[in-house]
Design a protein around this ligand. Sequence first.
Ligand code: SF4
Ligand code: SF4
Length: 302
Amino acid sequence: MKEIVIISGKGGTGKTSVTAAFATLAKNLVLVDCDVDAADLHLVLTPTILETHEFFGGKTARILQEHCTRCGLCFEVCRFHAISYACRHTDDRPGMVWTIAPVACEGCGVCANFCPRQAIAFEDAMNGYWYRSDTRVGPMVHARLGVAEENSGKLVTLIRREARAIAEAQESELILVDGPPGIGCPVIASLSGADHVVIVTEPTVSGIHDLERVVTLAAHFRVPASVIINKADINRDNAVKIVHYALAHGVCVLGEIPYDPVVTQAQLVCQSIIEFSKSPASESLHTIWARLHQQVMKESGV
Ligand code: SF4
Ligand code: SF4
């Protein structure tokens, strides 16, 4: 079984369209959408949710007003300005009423440690949901992190683990991961231990810069990398620069996808570009998929 992760240095490069196309071309796979902050693979693959699970990734503090003496120490020690006060004229107890804004609380626990009256409950925080679903191409594990919630790396690790359990149970040949954009914690959680990473980039100055960052990240985690240049024809000079950069850094160039309005048309009807129609972009993706397969086999010595 191989685990292939599709990432990009930033959002909007066509990563999810490429993942959906590969999912349509692959056989016997399990899909994971690790873009837990802004998941969108479900928009193309319209999964049927079989199981919904709560995700508890961190802690949050809550003041127990009945035990609070209103000394204000928690307000002083909170570095995240999550604690605020209000005068409550109807209340006959002296001092301010202190409250914690759950969205601002970083769950560090300092206030609970310092409170002289043990008047702060420090509890598990429900940060989002994760799902086991069925799609027309195979099982899918995906998630939704709550607004302004942290711990996306933990959630990514959890859903990758669940996907692996499904893949092992049904003897799948492939786990295909739609990774998050950028180079932050959720990307690191998506990459570590994967067999191969595919980087989707565009021939723009920022695209080249982002590519360099993700290639460095993949090298750090010793995950073999390859690159796909999306909309390669919009700037041929930059596309050539990407090829040179990739070759100089031991990154396999899987191929180019031309700019093709059919990609957007396919998204509008919730289909992968492979399902939607034969077009220059879909033909490129067929070729790229075959090369990726060969590359991964070569890396495993097959
Ligand atoms: S430190 Fe404890 S007792 Fe003092 S205001 Fe905060 S919650 Fe209340
Ligand atoms: S747990 Fe940390 S961030 Fe949250 S209110 Fe307490 S001190 Fe502030």
